[in-house]
Ligand binder design. Structure first.
Ligand code: ZN
Length: 144
């Protein structure tokens, strides 16, 4: 499953759910008043921003890319996620075995542990750059 972001100009931006949610979270933190005009960033029900607000959001992203705010946010986020300890595998309860008693758990490869689900959501500076480029040319957008 993914999020398709359609620009009125024909521009298109896409992320899977693991990539979209942290990016949406980032832009909402950086520009809370502006992004509040989009009713919901986390569903694909067609909410979005108009042309003027998309340009404004692009300008904010460009400024926060240029001054290092986004790079700093991503670095701190990565450090926090890396420091999170492994969790007991929820599929085998840490036994490393699943289903047939002799079968290795296919969720954790028999380790009995998994990285926390928060670490599955990815965000990079390049994601923000790509979204800024989309916003500059989209002419307004809808998240579908
Ligand atoms: Zn397991």
């Amino acid at each position: 499953m993914g999020m398709d972001v359609y620009g009125k100009s024909g521009a298109y931006f896409r992320r899977n759910v693991w990539g979209w949610h942290p990016l949406a979270d980032l832009v909402c933190r950086l520009a809370p008043e502006l992004t509040a005009k989009c009713k919901d960033w986390s569903t694909n029900e067609g909410y979005g921003l108009g042309a003027r607000d998309s340009k404004k959001l692009a300008q904010i992203l460009r400024a926060k890319l240029a001054d290092g705010t986004i790079a700093d946010f991503v670095a701190r986020r990565d450090a926090r996620l890396t420091a999170m300890p492994d969790e007991t595998c929820r599929y085998c309860n840490g036994t490393g075995r699943r289903g047939d008693p002799d079968a290795t758990c296919n969720a954790c490869d028999g380790a009995g542990k998994q990285r926390p689900s928060a670490t599955w959501y990815r965000l990079s500076v390049a994601d923000a750059e790509e979204f800024a480029s989309f916003l500059e040319s989209c002419g307004g957008f809808q998240i579908c």
